[in-house]
Design a protein around this ligand. Structure first.
Ligand SMILES: [Zn+2]
Length: 210
């Protein structure tokens, strides 16, 4: 019973703290990065007081291979036996990391969800409560991030100001529609160049305002 309770608490404490580190870069980590993250986590042992603060297995795991027949097909399957819940959760966590199936807390609603192999996201795909347009945390989260970027990033701020100035020239007929379109294409090219560090910010700032 004690082991069982510790296993449950370990998910709440050690697993959560470890996963926070795993997600700190907002992308899937390589095996090498996972190994380094684990080593850093292990190195902080001094700060921990209880068994449930440690990332470890509370039991043993036995693996053997079995033949499994599913309808007409025969498959070779890994067959695991665990002596505790903690042992099962421990291997699930690491197998998940390896296969890119990783639990994470949604940055929009704060609830846990499972990131599935292929698409890394910090937002879940649950519909947002109180909306009837079916928008999910992922839709709104990415939009919020994009708006924040546009509002705070000097590259985007400069781009938006220059765009408004040029648009005003078009309205005052100081520029033709064709000239404005040409400038708009050029401005996007400039913005891409500075974002990919092909030109410096000063050069970008000067050219986009011309
Ligand atoms: Zn969510």
């Amino acid at each position: 019973m004690r082991t069982y309770l510790e296993d449950i608490l370990r998910v709440e404490y050690a697993f959560t703290a470890f996963l926070e580190r795993i997600h700190s870069r907002n992308r899937f980590l390589t095996n090498e990065e996972i190994a380094d993250t684990l080593a850093e986590f292990e190195d902080e042992k001094k700060l921990r007081m209880y068994a449930c603060d440690y990332l470890r297995t509370s039991g043993s795991i036995q693996l053997d291979y079995k033949r499994l027949r599913i309808k007409e097909k025969t498959e070779l399957c890994e067959h695991y036996k665990f002596t505790s819940l903690g042992a099962f959760l421990y291997i699930e966590l690491f197998k998940g990391l390896e296969m890119h199936y990783i639990p994470r807390k949604c940055s929009y609603c704060g609830r846990w969800f499972l990131i599935e192999a292929g698409i890394y996201s910090e937002y879940c795909t649950r519909p947002v409560k109180g909306r009837d347009d079916g928008k999910t945390c992922r839709d709104l989260g990415h939009f919020k991030k994009y708006s924040e970027k546009i509002d705070n990033d000097p590259i985007w701020l400069t781009y938006n100001r220059a765009y408004k100035q040029h648009y005003a020239r078009l309205l005052k007929k100081k520029m033709t529609q064709a000239e404005f379109q040409e400038w708009a294409d050029y401005a996007i090219k400039l913005r891409d160049m500075v974002e990919h560090k092909k030109i410096g910010f000063d050069e970008y700032y000067k050219k986009i305002r011309e």
